[in-house]
Structure formats: structure tokens, C-alpha cells
Design a protein around this ligand. Structure first.
Ligand code: NAD
Ligand code: MG
Length: 396
């Protein structure tokens, strides 16, 4: 068995730390060749001291100088680089065969696309990259000839419930009728939308079942996360949008399902612990110990499922609208949402205005065909500018 050479984009985040936790338990299978982070220099230094990657990348020169100093003090020979281009260097480095794409948001698009083009095994956590560039990204994967393994728990579940030949055979031929994405409904599932005006970032980030980064936690509260995941599933699995359904399942035990023509529904179940899909992706097609507690079905109080209430979650409706519009609309949706969520977390934008900013931006930026990276990044930049204008007007 050859040892997998792993690069982690976003190693200091929630997914990055969980990935290193799985790798730590399997030194005979995995070696870390590159680690990257934006600003958490101390945490990245600790990771470099433990895992000894060839390359570490941070956002800027000041961070790089600090990291270099911390590593020199410990006689660690990791090469320290900085800036967006260095993220591409980290994944196209010939030593790396597997890339965990776990940067949050649009910042992860270019290096993730580079990993796809270079034929790496791409472990895709960074859903925003696929939402923005769907067609382009899937083409890059095909051209590069690498393997794409979804890490988002719902998509990982669906991947596990589909027959192995699904990447080469149309879903129709395989008898796949529908994909059912489960959603916990987040912390505000049963609170009327009118009562959410004064929600604070701390309340929005307190997810009932999962521990995650702050941006995805807010997305889970608004259910924009599920909307992004519908678009993610559309590109990953190639089914028409009307065959991708969302089901509220508060217990987060069934991670998603595939319904087949013959009446079968296949589900993947497990603890709400991202180390399961991460271990699945790292070791595929083998299965390894993920360090996750066993699921004890006899201890569950019950599993329930219901239809989402779209009027309670306007962001979910907006995501479906953008998905149906196609072209650059999903990139615009994503960019506006990133700006609005950051403003909610850091600048006091009221919670309910997140959806307003996204809707206003979607209406203001016409969708065009998403044929090139330049067009997609152009739509992203335009949407950010318009979303910021909306936020300034709301504050006034
Ligand atoms: P996080 O905020 O905890 O970590 C983000 C990582 O990206 C950090 O290492 C950070 O340094 C890096 N980063 C942020 N901005 C950057 C920039 N501009 N340039 C370079 N690096 C940057 O986020 P997370 O919860 O780990 O989520 C990561 C991705 O995985 C997201 O796309 C999220 O939607 C997806 N995801 C996360 C979970 C989860 O359980 N956390 C589950 C499913 C999918
Ligand atoms: Mg998910």
C-alpha cells in the first residue's frame, strides 16, 4: 500500500482539524505534504511541528514571517509561502496526490480548481467552490482524470448510497429517482421567522447537532447551507433539480438518502461527526477507523422527517431560485451570502436582513452563462460590491 500524500487547504478550520485527527491515527497510510491557513499562525505552527509538511501557506507576508520564526525556533524545515498563488503551488506540488479542499467560501475556488485540473484526488468540503463554478469544475475534474469524493456529510451519504458506476452511467439508467438531502433545520427550526429579528451571532452559531466554522453555522441557521447543498448535489450527481429534495430531520442521524425506481430507499446513517466522511474520502475505496463513536440505534428516541417550510427559510427559496436561473446566479447568490453573513457576524447586520441582501443582490446582477473562471470571478466581485452597497443603505 502506497502512502497517500495529503495537502490540506484550510488546515486550521473545523474540517482541517478533523482531517488531521484522522490522519494522526493512520501514519502508515497518510503523510501530510502541505498545510494552509489564513490567519491562525500559532495553530498552523503547531500543526507543522507535529506533521512536518514540505510546504505551509498563510495569507500574507506578516503571517509568513511569524510562522517562519516559530518553525525556525523548533528547527522545522517546512517552506513557508504566502498569498493566493501559493495555495495553488501547495496543491500542484508534485508530491501531493490528495487534496482536502476545506477553505471556507469563494477563497477556495482557484486552488480547488487547480487540484481538479492537476488530476488529484479532491476531497471536497468547500461547497462554495462547486456552487460558483459547477460546470467548469466538473469539466476540470474530468480533464484532470482525478477522483472527486464529496466530504459534505449529505453528499458523502448519497455517494455511499449510489452504485459505484454512477459517475459513468446516467442516473436514469441506474434506476435513481430522487436524492433526499436531510437537514436538521438548525437552531431556529421551530421559531417563527417574526421572532428572529434580534438573533445574535452566538445564538445563530449554536447548532444543535454539529460543531462547525462560524460561516457554515450561520448558513445552517438560515438554511442557505441546504440551498448551497442542493446546487452542490446537482453538479456532483447530475440529476435534474426537480429530483433533488430537502427533508427536515432534526436528529441528524440519517445523513441523506437515494430513492430508486423499484421502491428501495437507501440511507447512510451515523453520528454527526465529520471524521466519518473525511475518513471515507481519505481511504476510499477502503474503510478505516475514523475515531467516531458507534451509532447505537436502541438509544435513539426516534427519527422524524418533514417537509421544509419555505416561508420560514427565505434563503432556501433564494437558493432554489438561483439554481433554476443557472449561469452565474449561484455565484452571485454565494457572494452576496458571504458578504451578508460576514456583516451579520462582525458588523451587526440584523439576522433577517441576510436574506434581504441576498435577494436584492440576485435581482440586481443579471445572470450570464458561466463559461470561464474570469466570468465567474467577475460575477462574484460585482455581487460583493452590490451586497456591500445594500448593507450600507440598510445601516443608514
Ligand atoms: P472554518 O471557518 O472552521 O475554517 C476555514 C479554513 O479556511 C481555516 O483554516 C481558514 O484559515 C481558511 N481560510 C479562511 N479564509 C481564507 C482565505 N481567504 N484564504 C485562505 N484560507 C482561508 O470552516 P469549516 O467549518 O472548516 O468549513 C470549511 C468548508 O467546509 C466550508 O466550505 C464549509 O461549508 C465546508 N463544510 C464544513 C463542515 C463542518 O462540519 N465544519 C461540514 C460540511 C462542509
Ligand atoms: Mg452538509
Amino acid at each position: 500500500m502506497s502512502i497517500r500524500q495529503v495537502a490540506i487547504l484550510g488546515s486550521t478550520g473545523s474540517i482541517g482539524v478533523n482531517t488531521l485527527d484522522v490522519i494522526r491515527a493512520h501514519p502508515d497510510r497518510f503523510q501530510v505534504v502541505a498545510l494552509t491557513a489564513a490567519k491562525q499562525i500559532e495553530r498552523l505552527a503547531e500543526q507543522c511541528i507535529e506533521f512536518r509538511p514540505a510546504i505551509a501557506v498563510v495569507a500574507d507576508a506578516i503571517g509568513a514571517a511569524r510562522l517562519s520564526q516559530l518553525l525556525t525556533d523548533k528547527h522545522i524545515k517546512t517552506q513557508v509561502l504566502f498569498g493566493p498563488e501559493a495555495l495553488v503551488t501547495a496543491v500542484t506540488d508534485s508530491a501531493c496526490d490528495t487534496v482536502m479542499a476545506a477553505i471556507v467560501g469563494a477563497a477556495g475556488l482557484v486552488p480547488t480548481l487547480a487540484a481538479a485540473q492537476a488530476g488529484k484526488r479532491v476531497l471536497l468540503a468547500n461547497k462554495e467552490a462547486l456552487v460558483m463554478s459547477g460546470n467548469l469544475f466538473m469539466q476540470a475534474m474530468k480533464a484532470g482524470g482525478g477522483e472527486l469524493l464529496p466530504i459534505d456529510s449529505e453528499h458523502n451519504a448519497i455517494f455511499q448510497c449510489l452504485p459505484a458506476q454512477f459517475t459513468k452511467t446516467p442516473a436514469e439508467y441506474l434506476g435513481v429517482e430522487e436524492l433526499w438531502l436531510t437537514a436538521s433545520g438548525g437552531p431556529f427550526r421551530d421559531i417563527p421567522i417574526a421572532d428572529l429579528a434580534a438573533i445574535t451571532p452566538e445564538q445563530a452559531c449554536a447548532h444543535p447537532n454539529w460543531v462547525m466554522g462560524r460561516k457554515i453555522s450561520v448558513d445552517s441557521a438560515t438554511m442557505m447551507n441546504k440551498g448551497l447543498e442542493v446546487i452542490e448535489a446537482f453538479w456532483l450527481f447530475g440529476l435534474p433539480l426537480e429530483k433533488i429534495k430537502v427533508l427536515i430531520h432534526p436528529q441528524s442521524v440519517v445523513h441523506s438518502m437515494v430513492r430508486y425506481r423499484d421502491g428501495s430507499v437507501l440511507a447512510q446513517m451515523g453520528q454527526p461527526d465529520m471524521r466519518t466522511p473525511i475518513a471515507f474520502g481519505l481511504a476510499w475505496p477502503q474503510r478505516i477507523d475514523a475515531g467516531v463513536a458507534q451509532l447505537n440505534l436502541t438509544q435513539l428516541a426516534g427519527l422524524s422527517f418533514s417537509e421544509p417550510n419555505f416561508s420560514q427559510f427565505p434563503c432556501l427559496s433564494l437558493a432554489f431560485a438561483a439554481a433554476n436561473a443557472g449561469g452565474t446566479a449561484p455565484a452571485v447568490l454565494n457572494a452576496a451570502n458571504e458578504i451578508a453573513v460576514a456583516a451579520f457576524l462582525d458588523e451587526g447586520l440584523p439576522y433577517l436582513q441576510i436574506a434581504e441582501v441576498v435577494e436584492g443582490t440576485l435581482n440586481a446582477v443579471p445572470s450570464v452563462s458561466a463559461d470561464s473562471l474570469e466570468i465567474i470571478l467577475g460575477a462574484d466581485a460585482k455581487a460583493r460590491q452590490i451586497a456591500n452597497d445594500f448593507i450600507r443603505n440598510i445601516k443608514r
